[in-house]
Design a protein around this ligand. Structure first.
Ligand code: ADP
Ligand code: MG
Length: 454
């Protein structure tokens, strides 16, 4: 019967899908009421469960003549099930290359980190904040060089860009082990280029970077102002793009906000998909901690998870760091894991710095190059009214002023105008990554000046 099921599934699913997910699975039990499918690892299980269970159920029903329960389990009993990482290509996987060093001097010249074995899709929690970036990354791994080329991942520090990028690499290799995948930081790309020029080996540099199936370049914002690197990268990009190879870039801001980036590169970077990653909401942060705890075999009370999750809001790396510190402290001190006991090792959550209304207005005026009078005036010129709306939004977030008071600060505007502005900017913040970025920068700036004055 299972053979029949397989045959039918094979007809329904694409070959790579079938080969990757179905063929590696074993029917452990199949009777009148129940089918148990055993998969080689947790990721395969989740994958089947999530995307193919319906298809499998339909096919089984066809074969059996009636619906039956389907359970998907993972192979038990060997070490591997304890340690899901084992299923993934380790950093030394031969295809996961940093481009091989042009000479031995460069090889000694610091670590060439390959893919981190922890940065796989199965370890990534998907929330509203990264759903699109995650979906696009999966799509790219499944069919590189097609829809989203380049894929441009952008988001603040510690929000999972590197993780997603490397997950693409891992998963691509899983699907197609012969893929040539290069993961490189922008800094390393630059260093390799410099070395190549010095050694007069530009050709081998070009061969190295252009003979890949998927090129993953991290922290591309650092290419800013490096004219020569930009020139070279432009050609690398074009060669890959023209031959249908996939390029994935990660940056802390969208292309149009990278200063001193050549226009032609900016437009290349924007021609695929720009997927932004926002800070995770509380529930997602809790899910991240939960998952992390599971991987580390730790059991944490819910209130502890909630407490840590609520103390760290916009950097997942810090969130994880806090968890690790808490666990280490508890295991050393021998105290029970409670909120009170871990408080000492968590950095106190950063308090919002109280800013003065003037500080907000000044920051806006300087950033947008408009005058304070204009901000307080009634001009409806677009750049002024946008700056004013952003100012109202920021004043709402950085001061305790009421809506009518904020209206006064902006030259006696009605409180409904303030409300409308705050609303509008909030929406833009959600929908437009560059707005989110601008707000973040302005927020930092206001916090910074207010802190100095304290
Ligand atoms: P970035 O490159 O954006 O600065 P990283 O990819 O280095 O961020 O992520 C920082 C840390 O947070 C990593 O340890 C990563 O595994 C973890 N992380 C980020 N996003 C998630 C997520 N959605 N689920 C689980 N862990 C995550
Ligand atoms: Mg990173």
């Amino acid at each position: 019967l299972w053979i029949q099921v397989l045959e039918r599934l094979q007809l329904q699913l694409s070959r790579p899908t079938f080969e990757t997910w179905i063929k590696t699975a074993i029917a452990e039990q199949l009777d009148d009421n129940c089918l148990v499918i055993r998969t080689p690892n947790p990721f395969a299980r989740n994958w089947l469960q999530k995307y193919y269970i319906k298809t499998i159920a339909e096919v089984v029903q066809e074969v059996m003549g009636h619906p039956i329960d389907i359970h998907i389990t993972i192979t038990q009993g060997d070490d591997a099930s304890e340690n899901p990482e084992m299923f993934w290509p380790l950093p030394s996987h031969e295809n996961v290359t940093e481009p091989s060093p042009p000479d031995s001097a460069a090889a000694n010249n610091g670590a060439r980190s390959a893919l981190n074995s922890k940065y796989v899709f199965s370890r990534l929690v998907v929330g509203a904040n990264n759903r699109m970036a995650h979906a696009a990354s999966l799509a790219v791994a499944e069919s590189p060089g097609r829809e989203f080329n380049p894929l441009f991942l952008c988001g603040g520090v510690g929000l999972g860009k590197t993780h997603l990028m490397q997950a693409i690499g891992h998963y691509r290799l899983e699907i197609c082990p012969s893929s040539r995948i290069v993961y490189v930081s922008t800094e390393q790309f630059t260093n390799d280029l410099i070395t190549a020029i010095r050694k007069d080996s530009r050709q081998s540099f070009q061969e190295r970077y252009r003979a890949v199936d998927v090129l993953l370049v991290d922290d591309i914002q650092f290419i800013e102002g490096k004219e020569y690197t930009q020139e070279e990268f432009f050609h690398t990009f074009n060669t890959l793009h023209e031959t249908g190879k996939q390029v994935v870039l990660a940056s802390d801001r969208p292309p149009n906000q990278i200063p001193r980036l050549q226009e032609r590169l900016c437009s290349r970077f924007s021609m695929g998909l720009i997927a932004d990653i926002q800070p995770p909401d509380l529930e997602t942060r809790m899910a991240i901690l939960q998952k992390k705890a599971e991987y580390e075999n730790m059991r944490l009370p819910r209130d502890v998870i909630e407490y840590i999750a609520s103390s760290y809001t916009n950097n997942i790396r810090e969130l994880e760091g806090a968890l690790i510190r808490a666990v280490a402290y508890i295991s050393i001190s021998g105290l029970p894991m409670t909120v009170e006991n871990i408080t000492p090792v968590l950095n106190p959550p950063v308090e919002k710095v109280e800013a003065s209304p003037e500080a907000v207005i000044l920051a806006i005026a300087e950033t947008f190059d408009v005058s304070v009078e204009d901000l307080k005036g009634s001009s409806r010129r677009r750049e002024i009214s946008v700056a004013r709306q952003i100012g109202m939004y920021l004043m709402r977030h950085h001061t305790d002023l009421s809506l009518p008071k904020i209206g006064e600060e902006f030259g006696g505007k009605d409180h409904t105008t303030v409300m409308y502005s705050c609303d509008k900017i909030s929406q833009l913040k959600e929908s437009d990554p560059s707005m989110a970025q601008t707000l973040r920068q302005l927020g930092d700036r206001i916090n910074h000046t207010s802190q100095m004055r304290k």
